[in-house]
Design a protein around this ligand. Structure first.
Ligand SMILES: *[C@@H]1O[C@H](CO)[C@@H](O)[C@H](O)[C@H]1NC(C)=O
Length: 397
């Protein structure tokens, strides 16, 4: 691993007598990075919080613990939530929202304040394990943000480093599939040419600080664009012939793993073959427009159920057999699963203090809801659902 790290430290804060010491400690970190993240969890959940009838975060903690989910990602650094997770043992990735990127990119001191107030203040009781700097910036429509992502990430990491938190708090940035030009077959995947000049220096930073590559993987998008050629069984982890990647001679029986390996393949071509890929969001649309083939509640349930089964095997992918796939999942709301929190005799299996659950007549989310702004509105229901699925399986209901 190349530990030439100093490009990324704000030099104004570094007295030269300090230099050697920093270098030594960083060398130590480098040799520890891979060990630090080898502890195997594979199933995490996205916890978004803008919805009607939000349960108190304390209830969510109870729900997550009952469901034995120990890893979550939130989209901001809400203090009520972070306080509620104090002592829960649940590891959290907090988000630095896109709207903050510009100011973080120009102000080292602002980045420092943000990390102090939103991360350091809650440690160690609340196990903040990562900061997602922005979300789906590269490949997106706001080019100004493409420019500020790297300096913002540097300043946030610089603050984490100077506060002595680099061993605890990982810094990365979730990307969408829009950063890739080709993703079929997996071995052909590359970054889009216009994304490359922005992506490369970010990957350089992340590889030097031992951060993973976060990808938001919505297979439904790929399927919806090409339902003639993609077998839905392949996308939903059901029996199918799969695909054969002639270049690597690898066989894929599900699209999820093919997408993860596509990301590995793009990273490899960009010169980062050691970086781990973590799926920072995934789900299937349960409701869509008439032209959106496959967007049904049944398919969404099938996808989530099979994905969870696949993840809990803690297995690698065909291209990276030794690296168990990890993912933060969005699951979907529907009535039968929600009822699994209620025992057959009508009592509540887990009283998590909800009084105002989303009405059962509420339609499940469509892909558009989620892709545009819908995750904000729906994600509480999604979180609830994901836990219900886990509970249902755990309780054998
Ligand atoms: C977390 O809980 C511990 C133990 O109860 C307490 O000492 C600490 O102040 C709490 N941290 C925060 C940020 O509230």
């Amino acid at each position: 691993m190349d530990c030439n790290f100093f490009d990324y430290l704000p030099t104004s804060h570094m007295a030269s007598s300090f230099f050697l010491l920093l270098f030594l400690s960083f060398s130590l970190v480098c040799s520890h990075v891979s060990a630090k993240h080898s502890m195997t969890w594979t199933y995490g959940i996205n916890y978004g919080r803008i919805a009607d009838n939000l349960p108190a975060p304390e209830s969510v903690v109870t729900l997550l613990k009952a469901a034995k989910v120990n890893h979550i990602r939130i989209y901001d650094a809400d203090h009520g939530v972070l306080t509620a997770f104090n002592g829960s043992g649940i590891e959290i990735i907090v988000g630095l929202p896109n709207g903050y990127l510009k100011e973080m990119s120009t102000g080292e001191d602002r980045a420092m304040n943000w990390v102090k107030e939103n991360v350091q203040a809650f440690l160690p009781g609340t196990q903040i394990q990562g900061i997602a700097v922005g979300n789906e910036i590269l490949g997106g429509s706001d080019m100004e943000l493409w420019e500020v992502l790297l300096p913002a990430a540097k300043n946030i990491y610089g603050a984490v480093y100077r506060l002595g938190l680099k061993e605890i708090v990982q810094v990365s940035s979730p990307h969408s599939e829009a950063v890739f030009a080709i993703s079929y077959p997996p071995s052909a995947c590359i970054f889009k040419p216009d994304v490359v000049p922005f992506m490369k220096p970010i990957l350089q930073l992340f590889s030097q600080i031992g951060s993973p590559f976060y990808i938001n993987s919505y297979l439904f998008l790929a399927y919806k664009n090409d339902p003639q050629h993609i077998d839905i069984n392949y996308a939903l982890f059901k029996d199918n012939r799969g695909i054969y990647d002639a270049k690597t001679k690898l066989h894929y029986d599900n699209m999820f793993e093919a997408q993860v390996d596509a990301a590995y393949s793009a990273l490899e071509k960009a010169g980062f073959n050691k970086m781990e890929v973590i799926v920072s969001e995934t789900s299937w649309a349960s409701r869509g427009d008439p032209d959106e083939a496959g967007a049904t509640v049944k398919n969404a349930r099938t996808y989530n159920r099979h994905l969870r089964k696949r993840l809990t095997k803690k297995k690698g992918t065909p291209l990276r057999p030794k690296i168990p796939v990890r993912a933060y999942v969005f699951a979907f709301l529907d009535q039968p699963l929600r009822e699994t929190l209620v025992k057959p005799d009508g009592s509540i299996a887990y009283d998590i203090g909800f009084t105002g659950l989303v009405p059962s007549s509420a339609p499940p989310p469509s892909f558009k809801d989620i892709a545009a702004q819908g995750w904000l509105i729906w994600s509480y229901s999604l979180l609830f659902m994901a836990c219900s699925v886990v509970l249902q399986q755990g309780l054998g209901l």
